[in-house]
Design a protein around this ligand. Sequence first.
Ligand code: NDP
Length: 448
Amino acid sequence: MDTKTNIENICEGVVARNAGEPEFHQAVREVVGSLAPVLEKHPEFVEAKIVERLCEPDRQIMFRVPWQDDEGEVHVNRGFRIEFSNALGPYKGGLRFHSSVYLGIVKFLGFEQVFKNSIMDLGIGGGKGGSDFNPKGRSDTEVMRFCQSFMTELYRHIGENTDVPAGDAGVGPREIGYMFGQYKRITNKYETGTFTGKEVNWGGSPVRFEATGYGCAYFMQEVLGTLDDSFEDKTCLVSGSGNVAIYAIEKIQEEFGGKVVACSDSGGVVYDENGLDLETLKHIKLEEGSRISEYADTHEHARYEDGGNIWEIPCDVALPCATQNELEEDDAEKLIKNGCTAVGEGANMPCTPEAVHAFVDAGVSYAPGKAANAGGVAVSALEMQQNAGRQSWSFEYTDDQLKEIMKNIHERCREAAEEYGTPGNYLNGANIAGFTKVAHALIAQGLT
Ligand code: NDP
């Protein structure tokens, strides 16, 4: 069978075996679509059915999470943990709490995580989890009761050498604290290395909170560097206004001299032609937990557009940092027409496949999330190192390590793209670099 037919058959098989999970199908097609030259060079990967094995998680855990709200009403949510591959180390990946979470989302995120962690080269496997519980608008005690119930089931599957969860959208240090507390209580073990994303004063790492946004900015600074360019004086768009977005904005503006003129949330877009005022943004989002629509109340020249589309604003660099499939083909065409030259995914799979093709065809430097947003898991790996050695590093030292890791990821992607005949194509570079490392490990470890 020729390679193209083999790849198409694999994708069709994944769709048939995982019905109703379009995000997972999309993630598989995106990775497998880059692999033809690798499979041609390595017939042993085809013979050992490495791609088929990687498309099937090691283990899929799904469970009931009953909890009671402050009024005494009982709720039943669904919990997930997908242990995708431990070929390179313990399963590692975040937990997402959001009403949109279902099996297909967790599988797409877990699949992506395998390759992201592989490119990073810090000895960790890939997994992901979460629940359709929405913490927004819930009291602290409700969130605590939910986290305790969630962990009462999940605790038996995790451990510092088995599976190490972290945060993702809807899961921050507060939720990690509640889950760790319940884990400790049930197991009678103070295993800080079982979770990352903890608060710094009890085993967390400095820079973890900032890591994904900072890392994305570091990665894109490398990308721009290969074009003899940088963020200096560039006009940028950053979608979202959560954890990833805020720290990407901070790094671009405060270290690299770029100007971020707009960010967004699921309600609308705020545009400030002078560059967003980070203090205001942090105050609104991190201190008040409020909406970006408030930004325009204190900055009269700024504009908030309810339901607006951020990608219509002209820019040099665009960083989608909100959610999956937020940037579609039309948006990509608008960005290209307006002169955007680089796109870096701070979120996981924020660009649809059609948008990605439009960028690649137009020669826009497109950096996929599995490379550009690896900063979060990179600092999680550094947190595991600190926990194992009972150490606490400084903010500056950890940030330097993060910068170095992002540079190395960029280099591995760049080299793989070049080696397999598509120089400058970070999509292929990331997929190939991530896949080949896991593939060699799977061959070495026998039929598992
Ligand atoms: P947060 O929950 O902190 O923030 C998400 C932000 O995106 C919010 O401002 C949210 O607005 C906004 N948003 C959601 N949907 C849309 C939409 N359709 N249009 C515009 N804005 C939207 O999440 P994070 O910042 O932590 O994560 C964002 C993405 O980055 C996710 O894809 C996540 O998987 C990925 N990621 C996160 C990592 C991390 O360390 N946190 C690590 C690697 C990847 P609203 O408040 O209105 O919902």
